[in-house]
Structures are given as structure tokens and as C-alpha cells.
Design a protein around this ligand. Structure first.
Ligand SMILES: NC(=O)C1=CN([C@@H]2O[C@H](COP(=O)(O)OP(=O)(O)OC[C@H]3O[C@@H](n4cnc5c(N)ncnc54)[C@H](O)[C@@H]3O)[C@@H](O)[C@H]2O)[C@@H](O)CC1
Ligand SMILES: Nc1ncnc2c1ncn2[C@@H]1O[C@H](COP(=O)(O)OP(=O)(O)O)[C@@H](O)[C@H]1O
Ligand SMILES: [K+]
Length: 461
């Protein structure tokens, strides 16, 4: 996994003080990293337009222009006069070079957005909005320097943002790059080195970006085994029976030795899924809530009271009785609408979905502070897995998963791993990575994936 930081000003400051790296040195490395990216990916003499603002983001652009000059056909567009001391210095440094300052925007092969970086501290004015909108309309390859202009420090977009194909971010990953609302604006993310290896520039953090290598699939390492060796999950089937049956199937596919569907009615189940009316004696995990619908409250309480690890999903986030069980046995897997209900039930906050989606990390942190024993997995375009003060982000998911039943598959995967002995955080991390990786491996298109096909892809991991 990679470290993520709420802000990097303190890391820059530490570099100045501890390693005697000046702002100028950091900036030269920032510009050089974008230069290297362009050199490695584009033909000599490609046309490049660098859009520069008045602060140090603009200064990065001016330094970059100097590096690119002569090898590429570059022009600068000065959205504002250089104002910060570094912007003025960088401007002086290019004055004697014959770099054209373009009076207008044009569709170059490559556009580089150096308008605003981490210094964006107020709403965009009309000029900036028009400028960004015009840039977005061009068919150029678009590179954002540090962060696409228009995205603020907490990952919100008030009106418009530059729509990058790649964002080359300076020094370390910032949390603002991982809100759901910026997902379609940042493109691929690359981190540039600022004159010292990233692991030295970075300090301690409690936020991490998951990588594919963080997956820990449930391979079996002993052959002297039987089905009970790999756990027994119980999936509670509600009135909408399909949801729970999908979870049963995904739990079975992900290695659990036995899967039992708990249901009052006789169901038409696949042959490998057992059925019972009550929780199995040797049950090692439970998943409850998917398609639950109408259910006797005391029956649910009896299940929640058990000492077994549980995945709690869907309809249960609307039930007050859940409040008694927000402890070290549960994994909660709400989508945003369910999470705002949970926030309301727990008297944490009463907010709209829009407010949540604009501040996902804030509300996850609030909830986890209040319930530090719970493991929370907040679904969305970027899944957030959190416990106490730690946050893990899975940003691999794509729109192919926006289908009824995707979440039911995920509940089954987590329950399966819990049954096999994974701890709750490990189970969420591996299940979530398996879920997104399998969906991305679906070969046909990004709209027709069914839960069954998703489970088939999980079997191939
Ligand atoms: N601090 C450092 O050591 C480094 C900083 N670097 C660059 O510096 C950037 C941050 O530079 P700054 O702090 O100068 O900030 P920016 O360059 O992001 O923008 C600040 C300027 O824009 C103005 N501004 C802010 N919001 C505005 C709005 N909505 N409409 C119009 N004007 C607005 C500010 O008043 C200020 O003049 C980073 O994103 C990164 O690109 C890099 O060179 C790496 C090293
Ligand atoms: N655009 C997207 N990008 C990434 N992941 C997505 C996207 N849309 C949906 N998902 C994922 O798909 C799952 C949907 O779950 P959920 O809303 O509970 O569906 P259901 O209840 O129908 O099973 C979640 O894991 C969510 O993170
Ligand atoms: K930028």
C-alpha cells in the first residue's frame, strides 16, 4: 500500500528544515518529473501548451517550459501574471529564452494544467471557469500538475475542474485525489520525487491507498484438511431472497468450506448451498441484512447477539436495534444512502447524500471515532475501509460494478474470509480488492456484468 496525506505543506517544510532542500530544489524536481513523463511518452516536437497561474503551481509550469524548450514545440499561456516569489524567479529564468507566450488557448497535442495547485483557497472566478471549460473541450492529452485545477484541498469540485488524463502529483499522495467526486477528473496518478526518495520525504500517516499486491487470496496451505477446516458461513436470507442467494454463491466461490442459507422458507438453492432454519452449531461467520425486508425483530436480535463475526449490510442500517451491536464482532458495509441512515441512527449527524459524498472521509472519521471497534466499509466509486483512526482506500473500482447485486457479492466475499479466520480488516481489504479486480477482468464491456459473471471472474483470480 502507499501512504496518503491530508496535506503536504508540512512535508515540504520538513524537507527544507531537515534536509536543507530549498523550495527551488523541490520545484526543479517537480518540473523535471513532468518533463521526464513527457519525454518518455511523446514524440519530439509535439506541440505543448502550458497554462500557468500566478502561484507556485504556475511556477512549476514555467520551470517545465524551460526544460522542454527546444526539444518540444512549447507555448505558455499566462492566465495571470506571476505573483509568488518562485513564479517571478521562474519567469526571469525563461525571459532570455525564445519561448512564445500565447495570447490564446489552442488545441495542442499536450495541455499542461499549472493554473492552481494546492493553493486553491476560494471559488473559481468566471475567467478561470471559462478557461477550464475551454481546455476540457480540447481533444489534447491533458496533464495536471500536482492536482487538476478546480479541485480543492479536501477533494471537492465547486463548479468545474480540469479533466486530466494523468495527474503528476508532487512528493506524496494527497487525500483530495481520492474523493468519489474527483474520480473522473484525475486520470492516472503518478507521484513525483522532490529531490529525495519518497519514503524519506514521507512521514507517518494513518491513511493508505491499497495496491493490487495487498490482496491475500485464501489459498490453502495444508492438504490434511476437511470442509470444516475452512469455516462455515451462514447467510441470512430475507424476503428478497435473491440478494442472500448471491451472497451464498460468492461466499462459496471464495473458499469457505461450508455455506448455509438461513431461511424460514424452502428455497430453490444451488446444490452446494445448504439450508437451515437456525444458525449452524459450527458457524464461524454470519452475513445479514441483504434483501432482509420484513423480519421478526427478536429473531434478528438473537442472531446479532451471538459471539460470531458478522457482516452487516443493507436493510439493517435502517434498524435502531443495530445500535447495541456496534462492537468488535461486526463489519458494516453500507452504501452512501445506508451510511447516512446509520449516521442518523447513531446521532452522529443528519446529512444529505450530497453532503456525505463531498466529505466522505470526514464522516467516516467521525463515525469511527465514535465506534472505534467497528470495521466500516463505505461503498462507492472509491471504497473506504476504516477502523478507529486508520483508513484504507480501494480506488480500482469502475462503473462496471454499478449494478444491483454487486454489493451482495461483496458481503459474501467478506463473510467467506471471516469464516476462514481472516481478521475483519484483512477480510475487507482482500474481499474489496478481489471484487474490483474481478470486475475489471470481465472481458465483454463495462455495462453488462451480472453478479453471476462477477463470481465467475472471482473464481479465476
Ligand atoms: N511548496 C513547495 O515546496 C512546492 C510546491 N509546488 C507547487 O506549488 C503549488 C502550490 O503553490 P501555491 O501555494 O503558490 O498555490 P497555487 O499556485 O496553487 O495557487 C495560489 C495562487 O492562486 C490564487 N488563488 C487561489 N484560489 C484562487 C481562485 N479560486 N481564483 C483565483 N486565484 C486563486 C492565490 O491567491 C495564489 O496567488 C503546488 O500545488 C505545487 O504545484 C511544487 O513546486 C513542489 C514544491
Ligand atoms: N462507479 C463505481 N466505481 C467503483 N465501484 C462501484 C461503482 N458503482 C458501484 N460500485 C461498487 O459496487 C458495489 C455496489 O453495492 P450496493 O450498492 O450495495 O449494491 P447491491 O445492494 O445492489 O448489491 C459496491 O461495492 C460499490 O463500491
Ligand atoms: K494544476
Amino acid at each position: 500500500m502507499q501512504k496518503i496525506f491530508d496535506e503536504v505543506n508540512s512535508l515540504d517544510k520538513r524537507s527544507y528544515e531537515k534536509f536543507f532542500l530549498t523550495e527551488d530544489i523541490l520545484m526543479e524536481h517537480a518540473a523535471f518529473s513532468i518533463y521526464t513523463y513527457i519525454e518518455n511518452n511523446f514524440k519530439k516536437n509535439s506541440t505543448i501548451l502550458i497554462i500557468c497561474g500566478s502561484g507556485n503551481n504556475g511556477a512549476d509550469g514555467l520551470a517545465l517550459a524551460r526544460l522542454l524548450y527546444k526539444k518540444f514545440d512549447i507555448k505558455i499561456y499566462l492566465a495571470n501574471e506571476p505573483k509568488s516569489s518562485m513564479a517571478k524567479i521562474q519567469y526571469e529564468r525563461i525571459k532570455s529564452l525564445d519561448i512564445t507566450i500565447s495570447e490564446k488557448l489552442f488545441e495542442a497535442d499536450i495541455l499542461i494544467d499549472c493554473l492552481f495547485g494546492t493553493g486553491l483557497n476560494r471559488s473559481l472566478d468566471e475567467n478561470s471557469k471559462t478557461l477550464i471549460s475551454k481546455l476540457n473541450s480540447f481533444n489534447s492529452f491533458k496533464i495536471a500538475c500536482d492536482i487538476p485545477s478546480g479541485i480543492n484541498n479536501v477533494g471537492q469540485i465547486e463548479n468545474i475542474a480540469f479533466k486530466a488524463d494523468v495527474t503528476i502529483t508532487m512528493g506524496a499522495l494527497k487525500l483530495s485525489l481520492f474523493s468519489d467526486v474527483v474520480k473522473d477528473f484525475i486520470g492516472d496518478i503518478q507521484v513525483s520525487n522532490l529531490g529525495i526518495q519518497r519514503e524519506i520525504y514521507e512521514t507517518q500517516t494513518n491513511k493508505f491507498l491499497l495496491e493490487l499486491s495487498d490482496i491475500n487470496l485464501p489459498f490453502r496451505d495444508k492438504d490434511n484438511s476437511h470442509k470444516g477446516t475452512f469455516g462455515h458461513t451462514n447467510i441470512i436470507i430475507g424476503t428478497k431472497t435473491g440478494a442472500g442467494i448471491i451472497s451464498c454463491d460468492s461466499a462459496f466461490a471464495f473458499g469457505c468450506g461450508l455455506v448455509t442459507a438461513i431461511s424460514k422458507e424452502d428455497l430453490d438453492l444451488p446444490y452446494h448451498i445448504m439450508q437451515d432454519r437456525k444458525i449452524s452449531k459450527n458457524c464461524t461467520s454470519i452475513a445479514i441484512g441483504m434483501g432482509l425486508g420484513e423480519y421478526e425483530k427478536n429473531e434478528i436480535e438473537k442472531i446479532l447477539e451471538t459471539d460470531i463475526l458478522k457482516v452487516i449490510d443493507a436493510d439493517l442500517f435502517y434498524e435502531k436495534l443495530l445500535l447495541k451491536y456496534l462492537d468488535d464482532k461486526v463489519v458494516l458495509t453500507p452504501h452512501p444512502k445506508e451510511f447516512i441512515s446509520l449516521l442518523k441512527l447513531t446521532n452522529t449527524d443528519e446529512i444529505s447524500i450530497e453532503e456525505l459524498q463531498n466529505n466522505r472521509f470526514l464522516y467516516v472519521e467521525k463515525f469511527c471515532k465514535k465506534y472505534p471497534k467497528v470495521v466500516l466499509l463505505l461503498k462507492g466509486a472509491n471504497v473506504i475501509i476504516a477502523q478507529n483512526e486508520e483508513i484504507f482506500i480501494n480506488n480500482f473500482g469502475r462503473a462496471v460494478l454499478s449494478k444491483g447485486g454487486s454489493g451482495d457479492v461483496l458481503s459474501g466475499l467478506i463473510a467467506s474470509l471471516l469464516a476462514q479466520g481472516y481478521d475483519r480488516l484483512e477480510a475487507c481489504i482482500t474481499a474489496s480488492l478481489a471484487h474490483t479486480t474481478a470486475s475489471n477482468n470481465y472481458p465483454k464491456n463495462n455495462y453488462s456484468l451480472s453478479p453471476q459473471e462477477l463470481i465467475e471472474e472471482i473464481k479465476k483470480l
